[in-house]
Design a protein around this ligand. Structure first.
Ligand code: EPU
Length: 332
């Protein structure tokens, strides 16, 4: 197994910050992954996919593992749907395209989300009223500590808003994910932005929904290859009822959605905009002009600069609305 030493991580994070990893491995099979885990038992470890949701502020004194396990395989098929296993390293949107082009529905709302299929369950990626948890039947992993294969049923994954057991424990390397998709499709109006984009089409096809989402995302979100970023930087805050009421006294127009159990979700982008931070810039880091939830890197290679900027944004929102914004992006 080829283990590299002192590897520059700049190509491996979409924010393009510089840092070195003491050790770096790219196992292509489950067996190779198990060999590495057993050989480097005592090293601190970090597992990465395409690096679209993390950045580095300092060198990593341990082993970074970037699984290179590929393959899209149909496991089962019946009249109603298909079960497909996808290798962790497959690009997420390539898989979405695979499904849409064959008429398999369930992931079309998650079109154009950057990253790998293996990363999708970790933060239960979601967009336009859909979450990946709704189509996952099994997540196949190797436990970092023991090297044992451990497969998780959907119920065992502990899925929640941008959360899962994999994110909570960080004890598993996801090697592949199994999805159940449907062969039929009816568009259900769930998300205002998407309904608006499809307003002239009351019965859109699967590929028309994908195209509409690609249009919305391309308009609103910067391409990380042109303007380094990591997508939504903060999670949408979940508020208790008294917190929600306090917010509505300060900002009567704040978007508030019922999040179950007497809790409410509001929009981090809205709060950042109302705090006056949309378009704000400090040195080489700023809030994107077209969407307040996106932090963009205009040219720094130093992750500390991004960290310092986001702390300013958190401070402003806390000061004005007494709400703590929690990063959705992983900072190392
Ligand atoms: N808004 C503003 N100012 C802005 C942008 C948005 O006030 O500059 C307000 C508007 O009220 C808008 C609301 O925020 O109606 C929601 O905006 P949007 O539909 O863009 O969604 P979001 O809540 O900001 C979430 C996900 C995105 C996902 C979109 C679309 C999180 C943290 N983010 O963003 O996911 O694409 O919904 O469904 O839940 C990501 O996780 O990286 C990501 C891009």
């Amino acid at each position: 197994m080829n283990i590299q030493h002192n590897i520059q991580l700049q190509p491996y994070n979409s924010f393009k910050t510089k840092a070195l990893s003491k050790l770096f491995a790219q196992p292509a099979t489950v067996t190779e992954l198990q060999e590495i885990l057993s050989e480097y038992k005592t090293e601190k470890k970090l597992i990465i996919g395409k690096g679209c949701n993390l950045f580095f502020t300092r060198n990593f004194d341990g082993l970074i593992i970037k699984p290179e396990i590929y393959g899209i395989h149909i496991l089962e098929e019946d009249a109603a749907g298909v079960e497909i296993e996808v290798g962790a390293a497959e690009e997420w949107d390539k898989f979405v395209e695979f499904c849409v082009s064959r008429g398999y529905s369930g992931v079309e709302n998650l079109s154009l989300i950057p990253g790998t299929a293996g990363a999708a369950p970790i933060q239960n990626i979601g967009a336009y009223g859909a979450e990946v948890k709704d189509v996952i039947t099994c997540v196949k992993t190797v436990e970092i500590e023991s090297g044992h294969i451990q497969n998780f049923s959907n119920a065992a994954c502990g899925f929640a808003y941008r959360n899962s057991i994999f994110k909570q424990t960080q004890k598993f390397v996801i090697t592949s994910v199994v999805f159940r998709l449907s062969k039929s499709f009816t568009y259900i109006e769930k998300y205002a932005d998407l309904n608006l984009e499809l307003k002239n089409n009351s019965n859109p096809s699967l590929s028309q929904v994908r195209e509409a989402i690609i249009r919305i995302r391309t308009r609103k979100l910067p391409d990380y290859l042109e303007l380094p970023n990591a997508g939504s930087f903060f999670k949408n805050p979940i508020l208790s009822k008294p917190e929600k009421e306090k917010l509505l006294t300060l900002l009567p127009d704040a978007p508030v959605y019922n999040a179950g159990n007497d809790s409410f979700k509001t929009s981090a982008a809205y709060l950042i905009e109302k705090a006056g931070c949309k378009g704000k810039r400090k040195g080489n880091v700023g809030i994107y002009d077209h969407h307040a939830l996106i932090v963009v890197n205009y040219g720094t290679e130093n992750g500390e600069e991004i960290l310092s900027f986001i702390q300013d944004v958190q401070y402003e929102v806390q000061l004005k609305f007494n709400i703590e914004l929690e990063p959705e992006v992983w900072i190392y």
